[in-house]
Design a protein around this ligand. Structure first.
Ligand code: ADP
Length: 258
């Protein structure tokens, strides 16, 4: 599943030596990685590994203790508005207001993002995510699959270069989850976008992500092709490898260093 990184000499996202400390807890401990155009990068790790903290720093919600984040050539610390105007995200824990219709939600968020020619852009995302017939439906009354499509449509409104997806298919039935995965893969293939994806579903990650990072205790322990990584570390599946990394991170680190 190649992605055409050659079309973009510089990555869409560059994270360098990122640290976040909360009093005595080091949540993110020197993380460095990048995401290329057309690439879907999976961010994996057990609960408490530092995934949400990393994503929130990239979204500009949390201030890093140190380190840099560059989005599409804009340093988030120095050119915050430009960097964030190129970013968007969707997450199950951030549903859209249920008492607004699909069209109203898209209009409100489009205005927040200062999307030019907003009416046309709304029609385009409604068409892209097969939502035209739901335009006047209240979001709270839609099925979870339909709500996920609206959340993705909202995330695409400003034509982001960097898309962060936190568990985008959680709570969906398998058939709908598959549809959503292929919609995102197609979007990444045809748009000048890089995607950072978190999921606990290893089968999904193997299917969707070109590359994965395993975080544990705020550090990147492993990085690579999700289809090749298990074999390289003598595990049958990505899930087996994940369980080992979650339980015995020091074993993996010793193997890597040895
Ligand atoms: P993940 O998303 O991988 O589950 P988090 O980024 O939420 O991990 O958390 C990483 C670490 O930082 C955990 O030890 C967590 O308890 C801690 N942490 C997260 N947010 C805060 C906070 N606001 N204050 C103190 N500690 C926090």
């Amino acid at each position: 599943m190649p992605h055409d990184a050659a079309s973009s000499p510089s990555p869409i996202l560059s994270v360098s030596q990122l640290h976040k400390r909360y009093r005595e807890t080091v949540a993110v401990d020197g993380v460095t990685f990048s995401v290329d155009t057309h690439e879907v990068l999976g961010l994996l790790g057990p609960n408490g590994a530092g995934k949400t903290t990393t994503i929130n720093m990239i979204l500009g919600v949390l201030e890093p203790t140190s380190g840099t984040i560059v989005i599409d050539g804009c340093d988030l610390g120095q050119r915050r508005r430009q960097a964030l105007s190129r970013t968007n995200f969707a997450a199950v824990y951030a549903p859209l207001p249920g008492n607004l219709t699909v069209a109203q939600n898209l209009r409100v968020f489009g205005m927040l993002y200062s999307v030019p020619a907003l009416g046309e852009r709304i029609e385009a995302v409604l068409t892209e995510f097969d939502l035209l017939r739901f335009r006047n439906s209240k979001c709270g009354l839609l099925s979870s699959g339909e709500q996920t499509r609206v959340a993705l449509a909202k995330a695409m409104l400003n034509q982001p270069r960097l898309l962060l997806l936190d568990e985008p298919t959680a709570s969906l039935d398998p058939a709908v989850a598959r549809e959503i995965r292929s919609a995102i893969r197609e979007f990444a293939a045809r748009s000048q976008v890089g995607v950072l994806w978190t999921s606990h579903n290893m089968i999904e990650v193997s299917e969707v992500c070109h590359r994965v990072l395993f975080l544990s205790h705020g550090r990147i322990l492993l990085e690579g092709d999700p289809r090749a990584l298990p074999g390289e570390h003598n595990h049958e599946t990505l899930e087996d490898l994940f369980v080992t990394v979650a339980r015995e991170p020091l074993t993996i680190r010793a193997t890597e260093e040895g």
